[in-house]
Design a protein. Structure first.
Length: 219
C-alpha cells in the first residue's frame, strides 16, 4: 500500500511540473544573418519558485542523452528566462558573447542564458522539448515552417506567429540581412516578446500594455 501511495504521489508531482513549466516562445532563425542565435523562452506558472537548471532542452528527438541542460535561473510564478541554443559563449563576431548580441537586438531582457546542447531549431519545421532529469517531456512547441521575421509564441496552449502589438510583441533593433528577408531593404527588425509573458487568462487584454512595457524596458 505504501508503494502505491508513493507512486501516486510521484506521478502527481510529475504532472504538476509538466503543467507549470512551459516553452512560451521560440526563435528559429532566418536565411542569412539571423540577428541572434536560435532561442527558447521558458516560463514558470506554478506556485513558489522554480530552478531552470533542473531541466533540459532537446529538439525533435526529445532524447535526454543529446539534450542540453539549461542555465540556472530561479523563477517566481509568471517569470521567464531565455536560453540561446547551442551558442558558443565567445562567438567571435561583432559582439563579445552571444548574450551580448541578443541584448543588442532585443533590449534589456532579464534572465538570458544558454543550453549546453540539444541542437538548433530548423527553419523548415521542428520541435522544441523540455525534459526532466528522467527524460520525461514536460512541454513542447512544434511548428511546420519558418516564422520569417516573427517568433513563434504559445498563449493558452495555442502556437502562432507573434504579431506586433499583441501579447507584448515589439520590434527589435535593426540588423543587416542581405538575403532579401526584409524585402528591398537590407536592414530590418524582428517581431517578438522575449521576457514579456502575458497572464494566461488575460492574454487578450495584455496587448498594447505589454508593448508599452517593452518599450519602457528598452529605454
Amino acid at each position: 500500500m505504501k508503494t502505491t501511495v508513493t507512486a501516486i504521489a510521484l506521478a502527481a508531482t510529475a504532472a504538476f511540473a509538466a503543467a507549470d513549466v512551459q516553452i512560451t516562445e521560440i526563435w528559429t532563425g532566418l536565411s542569412g544573418a539571423d540577428g541572434t542565435e536560435d532561442w527558447i523562452e521558458v516560463t514558470w506558472n506554478g506556485q513558489g519558485t522554480f530552478d531552470t537548471g533542473s531541466i533540459f532542452y532537446d529538439d525533435s528527438s526529445a532524447d535526454l542523452g543529446a539534450a542540453g541542460q539549461l542555465d540556472s535561473f530561479i523563477l517566481s510564478s509568471g517569470e521567464s528566462a531565455i536560453f540561446l541554443l547551442d551558442a558558443d559563449p565567445a562567438n567571435g563576431a561583432a559582439f563579445a558573447t552571444a548574450i551580448e548580441e541578443f541584448l543588442a537586438i532585443w533590449g534589456n531582457v532579464s534572465n538570458v542564458g544558454y543550453t549546453n546542447g540539444g541542437g538548433g531549431l530548423g527553419q523548415g519545421g521542428d520541435t522544441a522539448n523540455l525534459l526532466d532529469a528522467a527524460g520525461n517531456v514536460l512541454d513542447s512547441l512544434s511548428y511546420d515552417a519558418s516564422g520569417d521575421i516573427a517568433t513563434f509564441e504559445k498563449v493558452n496552449g495555442v502556437t502562432r506567429l507573434s504579431v506586433l502589438g499583441e501579447n507584448g510583441a515589439y520590434s527589435s533593433d535593426q540588423f543587416e540581412n542581405t538575403n532579401g528577408v526584409f524585402g528591398a531593404e537590407t536592414f530590418g527588425s524582428l517581431i517578438g516578446s522575449p521576457g514579456v509573458v502575458p497572464a494566461p487568462a488575460g492574454a487578450a487584454l495584455f496587448g498594447l500594455g505589454g508593448l508599452a512595457a517593452a518599450r519602457r524596458r528598452r529605454a
